[in-house]
Design a protein around this ligand. Structure first.
Ligand code: ADP
Ligand code: MG
Ligand code: MG
Length: 902
């Protein structure tokens, strides 16, 4: 078959041939121009060259066969329809060449207007415009400027300078004061600039102008900024852009012409009304370029009532048709309105909720659709307090916005001081070089955390995000001196007790107090703001959509909570139980001494004594939590971290011992501790003696915890409450481990529970890859699985989280090895596959096996959708993320497969 016999692949679509569902092929702009055309709205005629043509061009470096001919044919039909020819010296057709990809993308070539003008047709254009020479030369100079800049990469400033020069010569600051002669002169200056930078004259042949512009749009897909933007937004690199060729209409024909942009509702608040800007006697790009002062769109009513009424009418039709907020670009040519663009408009998080609610009221969408139109990231944004930056506050330093929110408070440098001051009712900001697990109490007490080291994945960042606490990390201009209780920044010294403000969204650090507005949405979730009484459209909309999400979702949402206070908060936020209660904090603080006794025990009796002393303390902790969660399940994880984490660090002990010896004090205990620390040292603590392994090695440890849980449950139940404990064994890799623990635990439970009616489940975490792969066996011994996806990710990838995030994740992200850290959003293909296998094989072995996930992924929107799709029963996340998980679980349930949530 010769290429002539090949039926040409269709690369060009007339506006009348397309529709809004063809965004992949025609790009967003092209698809929507086609949609408006078919709605009968006044769109200048034109055609769209497909993204496939762009892909073919980028693959081969030349236009695909058949493209040139199709462009020719569509151009001819456009010329026939307009009764003008491109480049006709007496009555030229002019066109615009506009890029338009599926997703709007800064960094790509924008638009060239007035293509088709040259030294001869500029005269014809003036004649056709009733002798309006000013208009014709203004259009021509714009063409050379835009063409030079976007097609030939001539530096835009050179044209700007020449324009400024012309205005200066005329003694004006407005381009409106330039007359035809000025503009003719400017065209001459622009041509010289063009020649200087490109080595050739400005192309006079209209068809060459058109072809070069189209090719430049294709190539702009791979411009550096576009590539960067795609990577950031995770837009696939192979989509390509479409090119729209549109007959020109002119807003620069005089005072009865103009151009403008409009929104059908306020994109900031969602309020109904007319929002937009209008500029008389101007071409499109002037409005956004801010060259002249625009007037509010309402003023158009006075200037041109007919066009204004028509525009309002069209806006209402578009909203009804798209069933959403639309943004619009239009031009008026001598009193005739033309629509040049529309799309579903971007909006703030608050507006997204408000508009979704309004559209339901207006009967345009149903609640499922409203739920689909908002997302967890938006909800999370609305839950953070914000700075009111009306006054001029200058940041003194900038770090990483590690955990969003806005916090002001007195600077403290130690966890202890943070707790002390917070107890006195002070707001404090904990400032450290970096944080470690010992800072936990201080972090809980503080309003915010500021560190000079570490990024988005440092300890401070991760823990703060988990707590929903504001954190700026890695503000490296700050020099922290903890012993001296001060830090220096930008030549200033900040002492303990001085006030700073940190913005965890932007990473900015301010000296002094910046006023903060609390989140109304949080007040609503906490129950202090009644949505029916609030006169706040946002709170009402959030309430309504959350209610629907809760009704729609299949996944239950639990919270990770270790204390009664956390549990109470989680419950207010809608948690349906606790999915992870860590018991390690129950070994901290003043209980460390007992833990030391446990570790140092030389005889069974000494060990048993230490455990017996810990038992009532743990039992009280559990009683508090079970009471708060009355009637709801509480999954308690038996102790997980290596025991040496509870001992002082080696260096500190060594110094203590040396100092005490020097003074001639009795150092027997310190020496014993030091020896224990040395003995227990591990090269890879993450893979060492922890989790179930501890339980199997240290007699009585798990037994004590199991007894404390069972006794607490019995006590709460006897007091008239209802406790539903689920004991979770961490780090199991083989069913035999679980069986051993379970046999011992069941004996204790039977003994404690007696006839109290309390039921205690025993299950396991699935966080070691081997456990996922032998889930069928493990399910025989487990009453539930809870996926510990943090460890599963660490062990699945072989990443030591604390090391890798700082060391090379940036490079992996840059190379696109992953689009997002697998600790933030679950890696579906690898770690997710382990989850899927374990879920399937576990359920095959034990039908109805209860499946959940605990860990940060439980509050991550994308991961929640994944957990929904593999059929888990619940997700568990930090209390602050519970509403986000509820919303996303609802969205997952109503979303049709393959729908696009971008
Ligand atoms: P962007 O994607 O940057 O908005 P556009 O392709 O929409 O770029 O074009 C920028 C401006 O040029 C638009 O605001 C529009 O008003 C104007 N414009 C584009 N095509 C035409 C045309 N055929 N006639 C008149 N103005 C146009
Ligand atoms: Mg536009
Ligand atoms: Mg774990």
């Amino acid at each position: 078959m010769t290429s002539q016999e090949t039926v040409d692949h269709k690369y060009v679509y007339d506006f009348a041939e397309g529709n809004r569902d063809l965004k992949d092929l025609l790009g967003g702009k092209g698809a929507n121009l086609a949609e408006m055309t078919n709605l009968g709205l006044p769109v200048p005629p034109g055609f769209t060259i497909t993204t496939e043509a762009c892909q073919a061009y980028l693959a081969t470096g030349r236009e695909p066969d058949g493209l040139a001919g199709q462009i020719e044919a569509h151009l001819e039909s456009l010329e026939r329809g307009m009764g003008r020819r491109l480049g006709d010296p007496h009555d030229p057709l002019l066109v615009s060449v506009r890029s338009g990809a599926k997703f709007s993308m800064p960094g790509m070539m924008e638009t060239v207007l007035n293509v088709g003008l040259n030294d001869r047709s500029v005269v014809g254009l003036a004649a056709q415009a009733g002798g309006n020479e000013r208009f014709a030369w203004d259009s021509y100079r714009r063409l050379i400027q835009m063409f030079g800049k976007t097609v030939c990469e001539v530096p835009g400033e050179e044209f700007e300078h020449a324009l400024d020069e012309a205005k200066r010569a005329r003694g004006t600051t407005s381009d409106l004061d330039l007359d035809a002669d000025d503009l003719r002169g400017l065209v001459g200056a622009y041509k010289k600039i063009f020649l200087k930078h490109t080595g050739r004259d400005f192309p006079q042949e209209p068809r060459e102008q058109l072809d070069l512009a189209i090719r430049a749009v294709f190539e702009s897909w791979n411009a550096e900024r576009a590539v960067l933007y795609r990577r950031q937004e995770r837009i696939p690199a192979d989509l390509g852009t479409a090119v729209n060729v549109v007959a020109m209409v002119f807003g620069n024909l005089g005072p009865d012409s103009g151009t403008g942009v409009a929104f059908t509702r306020d994109p900031a608040s969602g309020a109904q009304g007319i929002y937009g800007d209008y500029l008389a006697n101007a071409q499109g790009e002037d409005v956004v370029a801010g060259i002249r002062n625009t007037v509010p769109l309402q003023d158009l009513e006075r200037l041109d009532k007919r066009s204004y009424d028509e525009l309002l009418d069209i806006m209402a039709r578009l909203e009804g048709h798209y069933r959403d907020l639309c943004d619009i670009e239009f031009t008026i040519e001598r009193g005739k309105l033309w629509m040049l663009q529309t799309r579903v408009g971007k909006r703030t998080a608050a507006a997204a909720f408000v508009i979704a609610g309004q559209l339901v009221d207006e009967g345009l969408i149903d609640l499922d659709e409203a739920l689909h139109r908002v997302n967890g990231a938006q909800l999370a944004q609305l839950m953070f307090p914000r700075f009111q930056l009306d006054h001029d506050f200058e940041p003194v330093a900038r770090g990483v916005g590690a955990s969003p929110g806005a916090a002001s408070g007195k600077v403290v440098f130690t966890s202890a001081r943070a707790v002390e001051l917070a107890a006195e009712g002070e707001a404090v900001i904990l400032v450290r070089r970096e944080t470690n697990p010992d800072d936990l109490n201080g972090m809980i007490a503080a309003r915010g955390i500021l560190t000079s080291r570490g990024g988005k994945t440092s300890h401070a960042a991760v823990v703060a995000r988990g707590m929903g606490k504001t954190c700026v990390s890695g503000a490296d201009e700050i020099d922290v001196n903890v012993p001296a209780k001060r830090f220096t920044v930008a030549g200033q010294t900040v002492h303990e007790g001085d006030v700073v403000s940190i913005d965890g969204t932007t990473g900015k650090v301010y000296l002094g107090e910046v006023p903060v507005t609390p989140s109304e949405v949080v007040r609503y979730f906490e129950g202090t703001l009644d949505p029916h009484e609030a006169d706040d459209a946002l709170v009402k909309a959030v309430h309504r959509i959350m209610t629907h999400a809760d009704a729609a979702r299949r996944l239950a949402v639990r919270a990770n909570a270790d204390t009664g206070a956390d549990a109470a908060r989680a419950r207010r936020f809608g948690a349906q139980g606790i999915g992870l209660c860590r018991t390690e904090h129950m070994f901290l603080g003043d209980r460390r001494e007992l833990v030391e006794r446990l570790i140092l025990a030389r005889t069974d009796t000494e060990r048993a004594d230490a455990l017996a002393a810990l038992l009532p303390l743990q039992r009280d902790d559990f009683v508090e939590i079970f009471r708060e969660m009355d009637g709801l399940p509480v999954t308690v994880r038996l102790i997980d971290p290596p025991l040496h984490e509870f001992l002082p660090p080696l260096e500190q002990l060594a110094v203590d011992v040396a100092v005490a010896q020097e003074r001639g004090e009795d150092v027997a205990k310190e020496e014993a501790l030091l020896a224990a620390v040395r003995r227990m040292h591990e090269e890879n603590p993450m893979l060492g003696l922890r989790g179930v392994r501890l339980g199997l090695v240290i007699p009585g440890l798990f037994a004590m915890q199991v007894r404390a849980i069972a006794e607490a449950a019995v006590r709460v139940t006897r007091d008239g409450g209802s406790a539903c404990p689920e004991i979770m064994v961490p780090l199991v890799g083989a069913v035999q481990e679980l069986e051993t623990v379970r046999a011992e635990a069941e004996k204790i439970i039977a003994e404690v529970v007696g006839d109290s009616g309390v039921e205690v489940l025993i299950g396991t975490m699935i966080e070691v890859p081997r456990a996922a792969l032998t889930a069928g066996q493990i399910a025989e011994a487990a009453q539930f699985f809870s996926f510990g996806t943090n460890d599963l990710t660490q062990m699945g990838w072989g990443f030591s989280r604390d090391d890798v995030e700082g060391a090379f994740f940036w490079r992996y992200l840059e190379l696109g090895i992953f689009g997002i850290s697998p600790f933030e959003s679950i890696d579906r293909d690898g770690v997710g596959r382990l989850v899927r296998i374990a879920a399937e094989e576990g359920r095959a072995a034990r039908p109805g096996l209860k499946l959940g996930v605990c860990g940060e992924h439980g509050g991550d929107p994308e991961s929640v959708h994944f957990f929904h799709s593999v059929g888990l029963d619940y997700v568990s996340c930090s209390p602050f993320r519970v509403p986000v998980a509820r919303l996303e679980a609802g969205r997952a349930a109503v979303e049709t497969v393959g729908s696009d949530s971008r």
